[in-house]
Ligand binder design. Structure first.
Ligand code: PLP
Length: 345
């Protein structure tokens, strides 16, 4: 498999010589730096390290992997977008995903002029293997995106089905684990040794509570990483964000506590919602949000907006469903109070 990675990469990217920054040519910490036209005065006057070594060392330790298998991006969005730019010839190659799912795969596909094949998940929001077979032989299909736990359905996709894809598809498989911290499922990171065509995407935006700093992570084979490093903007993660991320990652107890609190609140929310009139179904959730089927999603959405409570209306994607993020105890209580009042109307 390993040697096949190169064949998957666009020709112009294979040939690309990466921009060699001043910090690439001399990465030592000591010395008088007169090489990058920086301002000699100030606190943030220096360009950040292009490869974020301290942050990668910390992530490698937390995830039991190697810094040489880690890409850090300006949000997961960057890791997703770079996959298209590295592997997909615009106007020619294709990607595939299972819907309903996260909208960024389609946005990124469109921006890069790549056709996105959207296979519907089955009734249980799981992958239908039979629908897949014919696509494995399509030479132009370069990427398969799998979101697990999936957004907006909230469930994990079955490991056997994901492995079936990894065993049968010769292109790149991208597993988006944005919500993995909220469930007990092991990450696919540990399978990268076995499947060099696997990219696992995680983020600091959800369980780590750092959506504001935009920091996403791609775990991948070293050869794949070499292409990511060539294509990314040289200084894609600011000094401030690297430091903020490092501080948060060094406080694992706080992270664990937040997850526990959110999961406790989720249980409460499920209990309290299930008694209410107008709530038809609460889908099982492996994430920090609930997909809820209601009598009239559009109407409910508007009524909540009038109370300044904003949920995600997914009616256009899954009939009469809204997606509700688990908030603080106070926020959840306000939501429940509003819903109770509506059900008395
Ligand atoms: C929220 C979310 C992300 C996070 O994206 P960032 O760009 O890292 O903030 C990624 N994937 C899915 C499926 C998400 O729901």
């Amino acid at each position: 498999m390993k040697s096949k990675i190169k064949e998957l990469v666009r020709k112009n990217i294979q040939a690309l010589a990466p921009y060699s920054s001043a910090r690439d040519e001399y990465s030592g910490k000591e010395g008088i730096c007169l090489d990058a036209n920086e301002n000699p005065f100030g606190i943030y006057n220096r360009y950040p390290d292009p490869y974020q070594p301290a942050l990668k060392a910390k992530l490698a330790q937390l995830k039991n992997t190697s810094p040489t298998q880690i890409f850090i991006g300006n949000g997961s969005d960057e890791a997703i977008d770079l996959a298209f730019r590295i592997f997909c010839e615009p106007g020619q190659d294709k990607a595939l995903t299972f819907v309903p799912t996260y909208g960024m795969y389609e946005v990124s596909a469109n921006i890069n002029d790549v056709e996105l094949i959207k296979l519907p998940l089955n009734e249980e929001f799981q992958i239908d293997r039979n629908s897949l077979q014919s696509y494995f032989s399509d030479e132009n299909l370069k990427l398969i995106f799998i979101c697990s736990p999936n957004n907006p359905t909230g469930n994990l996709l079955r490991t056997e089905d994901i492995e079936f894809i990894l065993d049968n598809f010769n292109g790149m498989v991208i597993i988006d684990e944005a919500y993995i911290d909220f469930c007990d499922q092991a990450s696919f990171i540990e399978k990268i040794e076995r499947y060099p065509n696997l990219i696992v995407i995680q983020t600091l935006s959800k369980a780590w509570g750092l959506a504001g700093i935009r920091l996403g992570i791609g775990y991948m084979d070293e050869e794949v990483l070499s292409y990511y490093n060539r294509v990314k903007a040289p200084y894609n993660i600011s000094t401030v964000n690297q430091q903020t991320a490092l501080d948060a990652l060094s406080n694992e107890a706080d992270y664990q506590q937040k997850i526990k609190d959110i999961l406790d609140e989720k249980e409460q929310l499920i209990l309290n919602l299930s008694g209410l009139k107008g709530i038809r179904k609460i889908y099982p959730s492996d994430a920090n949000f609930l997909l809820v089927e209601v009598d009239q999603a559009d109407e409910l959405y508007e009524k909540l907006i009038n109370r300044k409570i904003i949920v995600r209306n997914r009616n256009s994607v899954i009939k009469n469903c809204v997606r509700i993020s688990v908030g603080t105890p106070e926020e959840n209580e306000q939501l429940l109070n509003a819903l109770k009042e509506f059900s008395n109307d």
